[in-house]
Design a protein around this ligand. Structure first.
Ligand SMILES: Cc1cc2nc3c(=O)[nH]c(=O)nc-3n(C[C@H](O)[C@H](O)[C@H](O)COP(=O)(O)OP(=O)(O)OC[C@H]3O[C@@H](n4cnc5c(N)ncnc54)[C@H](O)[C@@H]3O)c2cc1C
Length: 370
């Protein structure tokens, strides 16, 4: 009998896993909370092991066609003058120079296109209950009828609902890294189509990424955790960004008007996720739900790699799911662990804490970076 898997989340990890498991003969159902696909969004990277996976999925040419053409990061002062500049690959490049930078939603859409004819995708749906019984998982949904699956995979991101149901409340696993981030589309670039422009004041960064024709502004700032923080309260997010940046943006102050008007602003605390185990019985986690590295990591690359590793292990041991899940976790943790430590360095480079640290960063970039 065909094995049945339920994947929560049609993002980067979920779409990749849906493709590989459906190809292996699983009956695949994906539930996605969003009502439909979006385009553009935060630029993310596909490199290293993930590049091999997307090549084997046949979508590398599509990804390259939608890729951004960013080559450098320009550090500006309050008047917009460039003070230092570095090759973007010095901070996030892969050692072999092979990588694709693309908007997250465009990446997710390309990955999903490989799975949508061989998997069932239910938009606007979410899991509300999980009960493990007799070697399977009984699942309740917000809208659909309850159903039973052999395996449930939480690929539902930083604020994973599956993790909440099967492992516990998110405050046990999410580590606030002392920063918040807001991103939103804007109508102009600040350093042309091939450069990210960044302006810093102590503990704050403001940048504009040219993306793939729809420039994206990002506000990243150091801030203690906000008690009762709700990652869905747009009005509170706008207040926090406005309070933090008003009077501190030099000639870029007008970008705060866009914040005030925005209905499409992404906002969240910059966080990492750490769990002692990614598997509980027949429920397992992949991608940000298991091991978010925050925006300063290789999150999308690792999400694709995790999905592929999980599918490989399930194929290798079709009769012993626990062994397959254990091996997936052991293999994938070796990729995640070294990257969890890169956060502090990226933070010092992109969000320096003091005027002296900003000046030092600019001098170091002028002296050493190319
Ligand atoms: C501002 C920003 C900048 C970033 N920059 C980079 C970068 O430069 N390089 C890089 O590699 N990574 C970057 N990342 C990280 C990268 O986006 C993530 O690591 C990657 O998308 C993780 O993939 P995922 O599939 O685990 O989660 P996601 O891509 O977030 O997908 C999760 C999916 O689950 C859905 N979902 C959520 N809750 C539920 C629910 N309860 N039920 C059903 N569906 C649900 C969501 O709608 C979404 O479609 C950045 C992230 C941010 C926020």
């Amino acid at each position: 009998m065909r094995r049945r898997v339920l994947i929560s989340g049609a993002g980067v990890a979920g779409s990749t896993l849906a493709y590989w498991l459906a190809r292996q003969g699983w009956t695949v159902t994906v539930v996605e909370r969003a009502a439909g696909q979006r385009s553009s969004g935060n630029p993310v990277d596909v490199k290293g092991p993930a590049l091999d996976v997307v090549e084997r999925m046949g979508i590398a040419p599509r990804l390259r066609a939608s890729a951004t053409a960013v080559r450098r990061i320009a550090f500006l002062d309050a008047s917009g003058r460039e003070r230092a500049s570095m090759n973007i690959n010095s901070i996030q490049g892969s050692p072999d120079g092979r990588e694709i930078e693309i908007a997250r939603a465009d990446l997710a859409a390309a990955l999903l296109s490989t799975a949508q004819d061989i998997a069932e995708i239910r938009w606007g749906e979410t899991i509300t209950g999980l009960t493990q019984r007799d070697g399977g998982v009984e699942v309740r949904f917000e809208h659909g009828e309850p159903a039973r699956f052999d395996l449930v995979v939480g690929a539902d991101g930083l604020h994973s609902g599956v993790r909440q149901l099967a492992f516990g409340p998110e405050h046990e696993f999410i580590r606030h890294m002392g920063m918040f981030v807001a991103t939103l589309p804007v109508d102009r670039t600040l350093a042309g189509d091939h450069a990210v422009a960044m302006y810093n004041t102590p503990g704050r960064s403001f940048s504009v990424h040219p993306a793939h024709g729809i420039p994206l502004a990002a506000f990243i700032f150091r801030h203690a955790p906000v008690p009762g923080f709700d990652h869905r309260d747009l009005a509170a997010h706008k207040r926090l960004v406005t309070e933090t940046y008003t009077g501190r943006l030099g000639i870029f102050e007008d970008f705060l008007d866009r914040v005030a008007d925005a209905e499409d602003m992404y906002f969240d605390s910059v966080s990492q996720v750490r769990l002692p185990s990614w598997t509980n019985g027949r429920v397992t986690l992949i991608g940000d739900a298991a091991s978010s590295l925050s925006l300063f990591g290789d999150g999308s690359t690792l999400a694709i790699a995790a999905a592929h590793t999980l599918a490989e292990e399930l194929a290798d041991t079709p009769t012993d799911m626990s062994a397959a899940l254990r091996r997936y976790e052991r293999r994938h943790r070796t990729l995640v662990k070294p990257r969890q430590r890169g956060f502090a360095l990226a933070g010092q480079l992109l969000v320096p804490r003091s005027r002296a640290a900003i000046a030092l960063r600019n001098t170091a970039v002028r002296t050493f970076a190319h």
